[in-house]
Ligand binder design. Structure first.
Ligand SMILES: [Zn+2]
Length: 481
């Protein structure tokens, strides 16, 4: 009997190994081979234009009273002076005072247009960190093969590379196959009212775009565990955004005679309970695409795991859970961001309030998330309400087989050698989320290589990245069929 069991177990094991190996063997590359064409060197003029662009302090402040119109008007004037053919040939509309919407008529009116997006605004320099910058954040210094400054990576590299490519093609008398819109928002970092208005205007004119492209994923040589080749991460969806307010009210009083439980105690317990029960990980459509596109290119052990997610899901999750970004790729996240209570050290406050920010995985809807939060907290004394401010469900997922993904993947491979491409879930929010009614093919991708200091100190982008971005947009505009 025992022997029979042992034989059965052995047979089962052999079968399991066979299935794993066959799946691994059948897990073939889905990457299309495209020969890269070496990018031409960056001209002195193109480099100067980028540096000048950085010098305009087009800052989006959380406090709208600090908005400086002169910086944006200056930047607009700089674009007009620097790209004269673009401003002669393309029509331009100014939206919401500062956002710029250009239209470049294409050769074939029967083809749906494309929209290339980039934003003019940048985040502020935190006063406390100003001293820690190596260079003047608004000088656009070139040093150690990098261009340094606020907005170099986010998002002036894309804006300037698009303008340079358009101007260059106009100099050559080029007419694009399709109509091209350029949508340059002015307040992406504070909600994107400019982008909302531009999208509404296009919709009102019944314009449906074949492709909308905006900032997003990057080319990375170092960020994907186990990967040797450079990978272009093409954002096919972005997470939703939700904040909730947790309020506890309970009579306070003198701190010399505390009751066994105060408003702060109740709120703290709710927050601790919430944080101890993270959302379950799951492989959303972009993550599944990531596995299919990059799994076959990985070293054998990882390839085997990705080829058999039914068996190795836990290992994959464990690997990606080791970084905050990896973890956020697989689940709806939640984190308290504001906690407020108390006014004096000897007074027990009657109210304690916390704001918790959620980033929703595609498929997790806000109503379910709110219900889940209430269920976890299980305490009627904690009121859960919607925080006034930004809110968005996760965006739709752009199909990998569609025109948009295929086109961008091909052009990316053409502009950078030995490049793999993969769908990707954007963790942050971009202006392109407002364009869901204009196109079902929205790709979020910035053609730059491992930028540094995004929204932080010593923000900078390599000269190689700028060269790649210039080449990418030129190739894209030349090949819009
Ligand atoms: Zn940005």
């Amino acid at each position: 009997m025992l022997k029979k069991l042992a034989v059965a177990a052995l047979l089962g094991l052999v079968l399991l190994v066979c299935v794993v190996l066959v799946n691994t063997w059948r897990f073939q590359s889905v990457q299309t081979a495209v020969e890269a064409i070496a990018a031409p060197p960056v001209t002195v003029a193109a480099l100067q234009h980028f540096q000048q662009a950085v010098s305009f302090r087009t800052i989006s402040f959380a406090d709208s009273a600090r908005f400086e119109p002169a910086a944006f008007l200056g930047f607009r004037g700089f674009l007009e002076a620097t790209y004269p053919l673009m401003h002669q040939t393309l029509t331009r509309e100014v939206i919401k005072g500062y956002s710029l919407l250009y239209r470049w008529p294409g050769r074939d009116a029967s083809l749906k247009p494309v929209v290339l997006m980039a934003h003019q605004d940048v985040v502020p320099i935190e006063e406390a960190t100003r001293e820690r910058w190596t260079t003047d954040p608004f000088a656009g210094t070139v040093k150690d093969e990098f261009i340094w400054g606020r907005g170099t990576t986010d998002d002036k590299i894309n804006l300037i590379a698009i303008c340079e490519a358009v101007e260059k093609l106009l100099q050559q008398g080029w007419v694009p196959d399709r109509t091209v819109y350029l949508a340059f928002g002015h307040d992406e970092e504070v909600g994107g009212k400019g982008a909302i208005a531009m999208a509404a205007l296009l919709k009102q004119r019944n314009i449906a775009a074949e492709l909308v492209m905006d900032e997003g994923g990057i080319i990375t040589k170092e960020k994907i565990p186990g990967m040797q080749q450079p990978v272009a991460l093409l954002g096919t969806s972005e997470k939703g955004y939700l904040s909730l307010t947790l309020t506890v009210e309970k009579p306070g009083g003198h701190s010399s005679m505390p009751e066994s439980e105060t408003a702060i105690d109740i709120l703290t317990r709710a927050l601790v309970t919430l944080r101890s029960r993270p959302f379950e990980p799951s492989f959303s459509a972009p993550m599944q695409g990531f596995i299919q596109h990059l799994g076959p290119e990985m070293p054998l052990a990882q390839k085997m795991a990705f080829a058999n997610p039914w068996l190795f899901k836990k290992i994959i999750i464990g690997t990606y859970d080791q970084s905050a970004a990896g973890s956020a790729m697989m689940r709806t996240t939640m984190v308290p961001t504001i906690v407020q209570a108390g006014i004096k050290d000897n007074v027990i406050p009657t109210q304690a309030v916390a704001t918790v920010n959620f980033r929703l995985l595609p498929g997790d809807e806000s109503t379910e998330v709110i219900e889940r939060v209430k269920t976890i907290i299980q305490d009627a004394r904690v009121q859960v309400t919607l925080y006034s401010g930004a809110f968005a469900e996760a965006s739709a997922v752009t199909p990998v087989r569609g025109f948009g993904y295929q086109k961008i993947a091909r052009i990316a491979k053409k502009t950078y050698p030995a490049l793999l491409t993969s769908p990707f879930l954007m963790l942050g929010a971009t202006d392109s989320r407002h364009f869901g009614e204009i196109s079902s093919n929205i790709i979020k991708f910035s053609p730059m290589i491992d930028p540094i200091g995004f929204h932080g100190i010593d923000e900078r982008v390599s000269l190689e990245s700028y060269q790649t971005a210039l080449w990418f947009y030129e190739q894209l505009l030349r090949d819009l069929r």
